[in-house]
Design a protein around this ligand. Structure first.
Ligand SMILES: [Zn+2]
Length: 296
């Protein structure tokens, strides 16, 4: 999973005193895209030295001694002219002699296994924080502008005292096991076509185990038992913490009733059916590979 970067260390403690060094990587977002230069599977962010004025750049987090910053919305680096100079790249990255900066959908960074891996984790986390800053520029209680807390990663409203922290939405992902087989799903209405596991948001007043049982019932109509924790993965592009569970089928494996609004297909894969070369930084694939190799 992309957060497994040891021995490197991801430090997300806010530090208001940090300022960009010339070679500090900077996040510059446009909608759901982030500005990167690609060369084959490798990519990099623009450096702070690409801007004349970095006074309003926001410190986000660090990996070892590398500090990452967020540029204010719409403030592009000054090595190019207008926003129109940047295209948005789609599809598999190519190896080029002179990599140029272009916008790339944040989500595509993990799908194409871009490297370095910690910069994929950084992109997802930066995207989450940037959305939180943008969406909370005004107080949700009284409507007045907020400003950054001097010491904490929090926004505060002087008018009513509202203190706003980043909110993380827990969601589950579960591998339903039936003997030597595991249930995988394909989502409807998505641009890409690849397998995943049953997944869904935790609802108010619900334990994560109850979410697992409810989501499996809703998505494929099956009952499950022996729900057990596997691990978790931060998934900043949707403000999620994905929590992974294995569980076992309780009943008839052929009684699947697919929720066609969410899923286009579900199928049982044997351990041998699971492809070996799936390695896209997601917990879903890590769980499938653990099952394939009999490690769970
Ligand atoms: Zn307020």
């Amino acid at each position: 999973m992309y957060q497994d970067i040891a021995p490197k260390f991801f430090n997300n403690q806010y530090d208001a005193k940090k300022t960009p060094a010339p070679d500090s990587p900077v996040f510059c977002f446009r909608g759901k895209d982030v500005l990167v230069a690609e060369n084959g599977s490798f990519f990099e962010y623009p450096k702070a030295s690409s801007w004349k004025d970095t006074e309003n750049f926001r410190y986000l987090f660090s990996v070892d001694d590398k500090d990452y910053f967020l540029a204010p919305e719409g403030m592009l680096p000054e090595f190019t002219g207008q926003e129109g100079d940047f295209e948005t790249k789609e599809g598999e990255p190519e190896k080029t002699d002179a990599p140029a900066f272009a916008f790339r959908q944040v989500q595509q960074l993990y799908r194409y296994r871009m490297e370095p891996m910690e910069d994929v984790l950084a992109a997802f986390t930066a995207f989450q924080l940037r959305n939180w800053y943008v969406n909370n520029a005004y107080c949700g209680r009284c409507g007045k502008p907020t400003h950054h807390h001097p010491a904490l990663r929090a926004l505060q409203c002087d008018c009513c005292g509202n203190l706003i922290f980043p909110k993380i939405a827990p969601a589950i992902m579960t591998a339903v096991i039936d003997g030597d087989r595991v249930l995988v799903t394909k989502y409807a209405n998505r641009a890409y076509d690849y397998i995943s596991l049953v997944a869904g948001f935790n609802e108010a007043g619900e334990s994560l185990e109850a979410t697992v049982a409810r989501e499996v019932k809703e998505e494929v109509g099956l009952d499950v038992k022996n729900i057990r924790y596997y691990g978790s993965q931060p998934w900043g592009i949707a403000d999620n913490l994905m929590v992974g569970y294995f569980c076992e089928l309780d009943g008839d494996p052929d009684s699947i009733e697919l929720d066609k609004t969410e899923l286009s297909e579900s199928l049982w894969l044997t351990r041998d059916d699971i492809p070996e070369d799936i390695n896209d930084y997601t917990m879903a694939y890590e769980m499938l590979l653990k099952f394939k190799h009999g490690l769970v």
